[in-house]
Design a protein around this ligand. Structure first.
Ligand code: FES
Length: 169
């Protein structure tokens, strides 16, 4: 039952719960906030879009003065994610998981190929990312599944431009 609840509405302190707290269901976001799902504006106003990492309370906003390479989007400030951490970021309407391993950044689809578990809420051990739902393990360098060989999660190219982590979505 708990698993079904997690699948349907997310984990108690997962991204969806945090976003609901920030933007909806009586919580009310701060002025200037919008829903993080693709930067869609709230129905109540024409609030400007906000950086996804601000919604996640990373504490460090993405650099606004960086022009990403063609085809890339600035997803967060490189100091916004410590080594050994992984996080969900919604950018250009897509949920991706961004990981930092010893200052090297990786991006992959947030949806686990097993049952759509949120990989950005998983745990990271070196280059191995473990899905929070049923524990499938992935190599974040190529997206290969270590638990179920043959399954794979999509990865995205990453470039660092000054302080910005840029991902080709
Ligand atoms: S959803 Fe089952 S292991 Fe990821």
């Amino acid at each position: 039952m708990s698993l079904l609840r997690d699948l349907m509405i997310g984990r108690e302190n997962g991204l969806r719960a945090r976003l609901r707290k920030l933007f909806g269901q009586g919580g009310g976001g701060a002025a200037g906030d919008t829903k993080a799902s693709g930067g869609a504006h709230t129905a109540a106003s024409d609030r400007p879009p906000m950086a996804a990492e601000r919604a996640l309370n990373l504490g460090v906003e993405a650099p606004k003065d960086v022009t990403p390479p063609d085809g890339y989007e600035v997803v967060l400030h490189k100091d916004g994610l410590k080594s050994g951490q992984v996080i969900e970021v919604i950018i250009a309407g897509k949920a991706i998981a961004v990981a930092n391993v010893n200052g090297q950044y990786f991006a992959l689809s947030n949806a686990c190929p097993h049952a759509e578990g949120p990989l950005g809420e998983g745990s990271l051990d070196g280059h191995t990312l473990t899905c929070p739902y049923h524990g499938w393990k992935f190599d974040i360098r190529d997206g290969g599944c270590l638990t179920s060989p043959g399954d794979k999660v999509r990865t995205y190219p990453v470039q660092i431009v000054r302080d910005a982590v840029c991902v080709a979505i």
